[in-house]
Write a protein that binds this ligand. Sequence first.
Ligand SMILES: [Zn+2]
Length: 235
Amino acid sequence: MTNIADDYLEPHYIQRSNWLRASVLGANDGILSTASLAIGVAAASDFREPIILATVAGLVAGALSMAAGEYVSVSSQTDVEKADIDREKQELLDMPDIELVRLAEIYEKRGLKKETALTVAKELTAHDALGSHIRDELGINDVSQAKPMQAALASGASFTVGGILPLIVAIFLPLQNMEYYLYGFAIIFLILLGTIAAKTGGSSVTKAIIRITFWGTVAMGLTALVGYLFGVSVG
Ligand SMILES: [Zn+2]
């Protein structure tokens, strides 16, 4: 039997949020840290090779550390969720009556009358006690459940996609004023990304663009300064 509501279901922003957040964060980081690195070296060197070398090294190191960091942090979240679920399982065995009352109280707080809440709690407990407690008491559901490998791959891949853009600039654009090409293209890529993220996430595009342009300029500007000062001191 088809569920009529499903035909009209528009996916909510929250369902996109997990992979979106990881992907945008990764790509943002890829563009900004790789472009900053390339700008720093371009400000200190008159040759293309060191710029390309630094950009490739930054891209590989950044993608791997991003993926590893995301994997470790999401795995620890998975560990916490698993420990909570195991404890919940035990509590349902040890004190089913108290757990039933606890579930009913949760539904009451959500607005159900006391009797209705208890009826719902009884029926859901009879249907799937652990599932109901995991979802309604612990707040763990399919959308929010941590998936370490998925998150790590999304972060590593999006960092790589982001970082490849400044690399293309470093390889193909004229060496003269390379810092400005790297900065200009990085800001364009960041604005595009910020716009996509804001539109997909249902938030303000203008705010996203101002935020990303400001912090992008600060990061790349400071790295260029360091590279320039370094270039002067060794030149
Ligand atoms: Zn419980």
